[in-house]
Design a protein. Sequence first.
Length: 178
Amino acid sequence: MKKLQLPLSAEERRELKAGDPVLLSGVIYTARDAAHKRLHEMIAKGEELPFDLNNAVIYYVGPTPAKKGQVIGSAGPTTASRMDPYVPELMEHGMTGMIGKGRRSDAVKEAVVRHGGIYFIAPGGAGALLSKSIIKREPVAFEDLLSEAVTRLEVKDFPCFVGIDCSGNDIYDMEEEK
């Protein structure tokens, strides 16, 4: 298991291979479908984004409300393919990583390769466990979207796997080849 500190350098991203188990520590941002649509609209209008996409990792999650004494409620990944239409544009604006679950489109794979990015897979159904790796949560934008709002998370030893590496190797394709 590789322990990684975010943000990752281009060299660190290149060293990772599809299937590698990793523990991420550092800052990630949350954003789902509605937030991605708003980010796209802001880019189209030339507006300043609510957070710096440069070297950002976005986690596709809509956490449940935190209970007393918790930083966050259950925080399991959502299906990543719903964000696929927005990924190439966000990567052009600096995003280098994503965390979700499930397969990605060919356009996402091409963007990952073109921009030296990476797609991490978090285990579905493990939201309560994953939330234990989240040590701080701050609102960033679109609070009207409730659980789909953009938030800044600080994580420590957040467990996931490399789903698509910088070379375009895809863990799902690797499994089919077995």
